[in-house]
Design a protein around this ligand. Structure first.
Ligand code: NDP
Ligand code: MG
Length: 394
């Protein structure tokens, strides 16, 4: 058998997907793009297929899948184009696949990511929403199948790198006092609070340090991203919400820290470029070149830290409360946030109405046990319905 590892990239047309393909292309002797999936950016998926020549591609519907396959045939490519959720799950769990990059944005990423987990694949997890929604079930499935779960989110990858090397093979992270989750504070860290109401979509998407997809950029501006990451950290590292402290660090050079009981604090540093965590997870426990420039500490010169402002950023408080409530609360929080961000993008609500909508959804529905996928998806649907009512009542 060839030693080249076959990689499925879920969400190949997105920001993480493209960075992943950049790292893969630097190491053709180690990795090959086995399957690439897209959703709305069909032209980009066509170009990626021409470049990477995957065995499979996936698009949302049969007509667009057939059209793409026809165009690829004209180029002499044999890529088979599947469609829909079944297509995503098929390429995520295919027998020839070594690792799956889970980089679809939002709840849509959960079914194929879980299919990859259940098939025992190595999971490179960028799609934090999947874990936030179904944390306990997701982690149980990882344990049951023996999947190796490696975090791509830069903070969680940093924490992972500061834990003992055997951690990913099931060793408990003993002696950890706190996890310090760093946050840039986003584009509105210093904006006068009364101006938040009138910020535009372009301002919300203009992250000071990272170039990312639109949804996560808006989540970073509201700090819901850090709230989702807090929940993500609790599941990945088996810690209570109270053990995770958010630290605003505007330079985004320290990607997170682990505080041990003996007083040692370990941090991971690097330029803000997602190719570092992607290369780290792809090659783990080895190290490979990622294309990221070396860190120049003399240019950076200083590192600043501040406490987060939960009055300015109510989403952080809402996420912490959902983490503490457990059950279906994080799935409801995530779904309400997806609807709120969509409504902000469409210009239906103001930036400051994002937390208002989420809070009203969370207050309207009791928290239930998240003991089955049905319970998780029904909480997701209910939250979207309540968010829809909130929108139509205004
Ligand atoms: P993008 O918006 O850039 O990409 C999202 C990808 O998901 C695209 O390939 C998109 O396809 C696809 N997609 C969107 N909706 C669906 C759907 N309903 N079904 C199937 N596929 C869909 O997002 P990012 O790459 O920025 O983020 C991806 C994930 O990684 C998110 O969960 C995010 O939180 C996480 N993450 C991202 C980071 C970053 O630096 N970008 C950092 C840490 C985490 P198409 O474009 O063709 O429509
Ligand atoms: Mg992050």
């Amino acid at each position: 058998m060839s030693s080249v590892q076959q990689i499925t990239v879920l969400g190949a047309t997105g920001s993480i997907g493209l960075s992943t393909l950049d790292v893969i292309a630097r190491h053709p002797e180690r990795y090959r793009a086995f399957a690439l999936t897209g959703f709305s950016r069909t032209e980009e998926l066509y170009a990626l297929c021409c470049k990477h020549k995957p065995s499979y591609a996936v698009l949302p519907d049969a007509a667009s899948a057939q059209a793409l396959e026809r165009r690829l045939r004209e180029q002499g490519l044999t890529t088979e184009v599947l469609h829909g959720e079944a297509g995503l799950c098929a390429v995520a769990s295919h027998a020839d696949v070594h690792a799956v990059m889970a980089a679809i944005v939002g709840a849509a990423g959960l079914p194929p990511t879980l299919a990859a987990v259940e098939a025992g694949k190595k999971i490179l997890l960028a799609n934090k929403e999947a874990l936030v929604m179904s944390g306990a079930l997701f982690m149980q499935a990882v344990k049951k199948s023996g999947s190796v779960l490696l975090p791509i989110d830069s903070e969680h990858n940093a924490i992972f790198q500061c834990l003992p090397v055997d951690y990913a093979r099931g060793m408990a992270a003993v002696g950890v006092r706190r996890i310090l989750l760093t946050a840039s504070g986003g584009p509105f860290r210093q904006l006068p609070v009364d101006e938040l109401e009138n910020v535009s979509l372009a301002q919300a998407c203009a992250h000071p340090n990272w170039s990312m997809g639109r949804k996560i950029s808006i989540d970073s501006a509201s700090m819901m991203n850090k709230g989702l990451e807090l929940i993500e950290a609790c599941w990945l590292f088996d810690v209570a919400p109270a053990q995770v402290e958010v630290v605003v660090h505007p330079q985004s050079v320290i990607h997170s820290l682990v505080d041990y009981v003996d007083g040692s604090v370990l941090a991971q540093l690097g330029n803000p470029d997602m190719r570092t965590p992607i290369a780290n997870a792809l090659a783990w426990p080895e190290r490979i070149e990622s294309g990221v420039a070396p860190l120049d500490l003399f240019t950076i010169a200083r590192l600043d830290f501040q406490a987060p402002d939960e009055v300015r950023f109510p989403c952080l408080r809402l996420a912490r409360e959902a983490a503490q409530a457990g059950g279906t609360a994080p799935a409801m929080l995530n779904a309400a946030n997806e609807v709120a961000v969509g409504a902000f993008i469409e210009g239906h609500i103001r930036f400051t109405q994002i937390p208002a909508m989420i809070e009203s959804v969370l207050q309207a529905e009791p928290v239930r046990a998240a003991d089955s996928l049905d319970a998780v998806f029904s909480a997701d649907r209910r939250a979207r319905e309540l968010a829809g009512h909130w929108l139509s009542r205004r």
